[in-house]
Design a protein. Structure first.
Length: 380
């Protein structure tokens, strides 16, 4: 009786031993060789095409070009000048704040100002110890290592960073059990720049190892207007000051949102045949994309309207609001609520969420007694 196996025969079964040996890849046998192998990926040469893409990037390349965050720029400018005078690397820096405010851009600017390389990674990608080991051992003196969403670092990876940040050494355990030995490998002095949207989620040992802890704030309308004008110039799009201001008012105080809205308005203007974007054209385009004059989209308005009409303005629980609107409760809490709270359209109470009188007035709804004010970056 013939026996049929579900396994495929090995491709090397009919090959001579010399061929099989030739095709067997050589694995790194030491931490140094592992770092060398990883560095081939981390330090890839920039081609002419990549240089062109970087030149066309919307990110500013120096502190002088960076618009907004005046206090942060002042602190970092002093740190850069002091480090250059002492010929040392920058101290470790922690940047925190809402997404889209320029944390990654600032790390790239720091590398440019110091004349060093910047390695960019994200905390979820460092799930194994060898991931961070390869990156650390590939760093050159003075390099900047940027870790986004650093509060999501695995515990083992975080503990490897402790001696690397303080003493610039890498402790590696060789062997197991009673024969295990710890080998310390010196690292070049580098700067770790961590970015997070939840600074409270960082462990105290990690947070305390940063020499500079800075918060990025929301942008004012005049700052966003300058950003829109600069982006329009890079994109070769004609925009009037009124058109740039109209886009800036709807950008929720965030440069990333402002640049995204500008691209959508540019699409609208090109399709309709307008040579220049003014306030009227920008407003008409935003109406198509359901973005009102305060930057609220249809989901924001749905949440507020549901609370005002179905729950008489609140208080209402998060799960009840999610069930009524069909939105995920986590999405409501993490994506939509922060901005509504920031502009004073929503309040959190021990009993639940409450719509303010300012939100009712904006939506044209009756009722409510609260006279909450909006933030300055939303005012004209």
């Amino acid at each position: 009786m013939a026996i049929i196996s579900s396994k495929q025969p090995a491709a090397d079964a009919e090959q001579p031993p010399q061929e099989r040996k030739k095709r067997t890849p050589k694995q790194p046998s030491s931490p140094t060789q592992l770092a060398s192998a990883n560095s081939e990926i981390l330090q890839a040469e920039i081609t002419n095409t990549e240089e062109k893409i970087q030149e066309e990037s919307l990110r500013p390349s120096s502190i002088a070009e960076y618009i907004g965050q005046k206090d942060l720029k002042g602190v970092l400018d002093i740190a850069i000048q002091a480090a250059k005078v002492r010929q040392e690397s920058l101290d470790h820096l922690l940047l925190y704040g809402p997404p889209g405010l320029g944390k990654t851009t600032m790390s790239l600017i720091l590398a440019t100002e110091m004349g060093v390389n910047c390695k960019i990674t994200a905390a979820p990608a460092l799930e194994r110890p060898r991931d961070i080991v390869g990156i650390l051992m590939a760093l050159q003196p003075g390099d900047i290592l940027f870790i986004d969403e650093i509060h999501r670092l695995p515990r083992i990876t975080e503990e490897i960073l402790y001696p690397a940040m303080e003493d610039f050494r890498l402790d590696i355990t060789l062997g197991k059990g009673a024969t295990a030995k710890i080998r310390s490998i010196p690292l070049p002095r580098f700067t770790l720049v961590g970015a997070t949207t939840k600074v409270g989620s960082l462990t105290a040992p990690l947070r305390d190892r940063f020499g500079l802890v800075q918060k990025l704030r929301f942008y004012e309308v005049d700052e966003l207007t300058l950003i829109v004008q600069r982006t329009a110039e890079i994109l070769k799009t004609a925009v009037t000051p009124a058109g740039a201001a109209e886009i800036a008012r709807r950008a929720r105080g965030t440069p990333r949102v402002a640049n995204r809205l500008l691209k959508r308005v540019r699409d609208y203007a090109q399709v309709k045949g307008y040579a220049e974007i003014d306030g009227t054209i920008a407003s008409a385009a935003m109406e198509i994309y359901n973005v009102d004059p305060l930057g609220l989209d249809w989901v924001d308005r749905l949440l507020l309207t549901t609370m005002a009409e179905q729950f008489n303005g609140g208080p209402v629980g998060l799960e009840a609001l999610a069930a009524s609107t069909g939105e995920d409760s986590h999405t409501i809490e993490e994506v939509y609520e922060p901005y509504l709270l920031q502009i004073g359209y929503l309040q959190r109470t021990p009993r639940g969420r409450v719509v303010t009188a300012a939100a009712r007035k904006h939506l044209g709804l009756s009722g409510g007694t609260d006279s909450g004010e909006q933030l300055s970056f939303l005012e004209e």
